[in-house]
Design a protein around this ligand. Structure first.
Ligand code: ZN
Length: 55
């Protein structure tokens, strides 16, 4: 799964590879984010469209 993400730290739109991802987390409003490390080294969260946390 490849996707692009606008990094909040380096402010660039980067192509993110599965090998960069290291987990998922739920946000305060019930969405699910994939967590990964940007090319610049910053921890980022990418919201997954269509996924919501059930709990
Ligand atoms: Zn970055």
């Amino acid at each position: 799964m490849l996707f692009t993400h606008r990094c909040t730290t380096c402010d660039r739109t980067q192509l993110i590879f599965p090998s960069q991802a290291h987990g998922v987390r739920s946000t305060d409003d019930g969405a699910v984010e994939l967590t990964f490390t940007c090319w610049c080294g910053a921890e980022q969260g990418h919201r997954m469209a269509g996924l919501t946390a059930s709990a």
